[in-house]
Design a protein. Structure first.
Length: 110
């Protein structure tokens, strides 16, 4: 039972900021995202991908794999957290605030 502990199961979060100014940089950015998806990561936000791992050792395998397909330029950060910590994430979905519509003139009848 210790094997399935929420303190042993890990989540690997990969944050990246890669340049996309030239055609080659855009191709490398796209290839990096595709490689993350092939390795079992899921998109969490625009430049944040997450992957569930059974243990720290398994997480280290995927971290090493990310290093192999990292592009030469840009920034890639990796954070490992336990399943218990990941479960405490609060995600809010909201709408952009819109200005109130202007009141339309009403017709007055006597």
């Amino acid at each position: 039972m210790d094997r399935l502990s929420e303190y042993r199961i890990m989540w690997v979060l990969c944050f990246f900021d890669l340049p996309t100014e030239t055609k080659i940089e855009r191709q490398r950015h796209s290839q990096f995202r595709k490689d993350l998806l092939k390795d079992g990561f899921s998109r969490f936000q625009l430049s944040i991908y997450v992957r569930h791992c059974a243990s720290v050792e398994n997480a280290n395998v995927h971290i090493a794999r990310i290093k192999t397909f990292m592009p030469p330029k840009g920034s890639v950060s990796i954070l490992c957290i336990t399943d218990k910590q990941f479960g405490k994430i609060k995600v809010f979905y909201g709408k952009k605030e819109k200005p109130l519509p202007k009141a339309s003139p009403q017709l007055e009848l006597f």
